[in-house]
Design a protein around this ligand. Structure first.
Ligand SMILES: Cc1cc2nc3c(=O)[nH]c(=O)nc-3n(C[C@H](O)[C@H](O)[C@H](O)COP(=O)(O)O)c2cc1C
Length: 315
């Protein structure tokens, strides 16, 4: 079966610099989702979202913008904005688990409110002909919440529903609920994409065996922790390329240089790279030691020396 692999968005990580470099060095991903746009009550698109979606800044073959809102006017405003840039699909985030979002009835906090979802989709489909896709958790409090949304989604030509097989109140703790995901497969007439904890080729193989009808797989954290993963899934191999660490280092150096140019002062770049190393370190022999070594660096010069040492040890 031919499969489609999609990069699941991570706000603060998978911006255009990351996506472009990822595609250049590792490949394996068919479609990238941009992290969500959020408007915060004003019909204004912030500069950092504009930069991230500007077609001039993006070299990946297929990019889909995402929005997080519960407001029909905001949704339509974002549709018009991304259409002006030439995009033809908008992904709607009904997955974010964080209380400051869910308490406002957004992200996974909106799944229990099908009529509000209906309002947004009604206006969007009445007043534009953009393609809309969904990214959802299965609920906030309970994984059956999503089942109450399916009849609403059936009214609209939704392209697909990507489901992160957790509920909001779990945040990222605990396992995925594969039985609940199976209920979604059984009950939704829509095209479903699977998302959640695809962290290795073996994990992918197990999931593919359990859900043979799924042919679209979204990978988020696993792709930052092991950027070779998508191509290895595609090639059906557990063998890394011979020049694994040279490629990883070249990728690291590329994003480091770009973030260093974009961020001012030693602290922001340190925090940016430390965020990445929380994931990168999982690819290395002793993840905790690697992360600690990165964390204790004060200056950019020390940081670069430590990175060189860490990669040299892997070869
Ligand atoms: C730091 C962080 C930021 C995230 N930002 C977004 C986002 O902007 N939009 C979104 O749909 N999901 C976001 N997610 C969720 C991921 O895209 C993904 O659905 C989730 O991590 C489960 O997939 P995974 O196990 O493959 O990582 C984020 C997750 C994390 C950890």
């Amino acid at each position: 079966m031919s499969i489609t692999l999609l990069s699941s968005p991570l706000q603060g990580f998978t911006d255009f610099r990351f996506r472009n470099a990822f595609h250049q060095y590792f490949g394996g991903i068919d479609t990238f989702y941009a992290p969500y746009i959020r408007l915060n009550g004003k019909l204004v698109i912030k500069n950092n979202y504009q930069r991230d979606l500007d077609p001039e800044n993006n070299t990946v073959p297929h990019l889909i913008p995402q929005v997080m809102t519960n407001d029909p006017d905001e949704f339509l405003f974002v549709i018009k904005y991304i259409e002006s840039l030439g995009y033809t699909e908008l992904n709607w985030n009904l997955g974010c688990p964080y209380p400051m979002v869910t308490k406002q009835g957004m992200g996974s906090g909106m799944i229990c409110n099908p009529s509000k979802i209906d309002d947004v989709l009604h206006k969007a489909h009445n007043e534009s002909d953009i393609t809309i896709s969904m990214k959802m958790r299965m609920g906030y409090d309970d994984p059956t919440e999503i089942l109450g949304v399916f009849p609403i989604l059936e009214k609209y030509p939704i392209k697909n529903i990507a489901i992160h097989a957790r509920i909001g109140k779990q945040l990222y703790k605990g396992g995925t609920d594969l039985d609940a995901f199976q209920n979604c497969v059984d009950q939704s007439p829509h095209k479903l994409y699977y998302n959640g904890d695809v962290t290795s080729v073996q994990a992918y193989r197990d999931l593919q065996e359990r859900f043979p009808s799924i042919d679209h797989w979204m990978i988020g954290r696993g792709l930052i922790a092991d950027p070779f993963l998508p191509q290895m899934i595609r090639d059906n191999t557990t063998e890394y390329p011979k020049d694994r660490w040279q490629i990883f280092k070249a990728f690291h150096d590329t994003i480091y240089q770009q973030y260093d140019e974009a961020l001012s002062g030693p602290m922001p770049i340190k925090m940016k790279m430390l965020g990445f190393w929380e994931y990168f370190s999982q690819s290395f022999n002793d993840p905790r030691k690697v992360y600690k070594a990165i964390k204790k660096n004060g200056s950019p010069r020390n940081y670069r020396a430590t990175v060189n040492e860490i990669f040299a040890k892997q070869r």
